[in-house]
Design a protein around this ligand. Structure first.
Ligand SMILES: [Zn+2]
Length: 83
């Protein structure tokens, strides 16, 4: 049995308009302009997935969580240097 595609062959055409996609921050679920997202060249989109506000908040939380380790590292580095 042969399937006739008929006029529906046109449906494979993709609407290729280059409209700017407005990213949504997954952390605060807010759609924001690209300027609200920090640049991250390691990402395919070229921007971080979280907005600058959430990124700052999460890095602040990371800093707080790793503060002890960083202090210990700084202490070790300071010992090596002559004061
Ligand atoms: Zn956000």
């Amino acid at each position: 049995m042969t399937i006739a595609l008929g006029d529906n062959g046109a449906q494979s055409k993709i609407n290729n308009r280059s409209e700017p996609t407005v990213p949504t921050c997954p952390t605060c679920s807010t759609t924001k302009p690209r300027e609200a997202f920090a640049v991250d060249r390691s990402k395919a989109s070229g921007h971080k997935s979280a907005c600058k506000l959430c990124d700052a908040a999460s890095s602040r939380a990371y800093d707080a969580a790793h503060l002890d380790a960083r202090r210990a590292r700084q202490r070790a580095a300071g010992r090596r240097r002559r004061a």
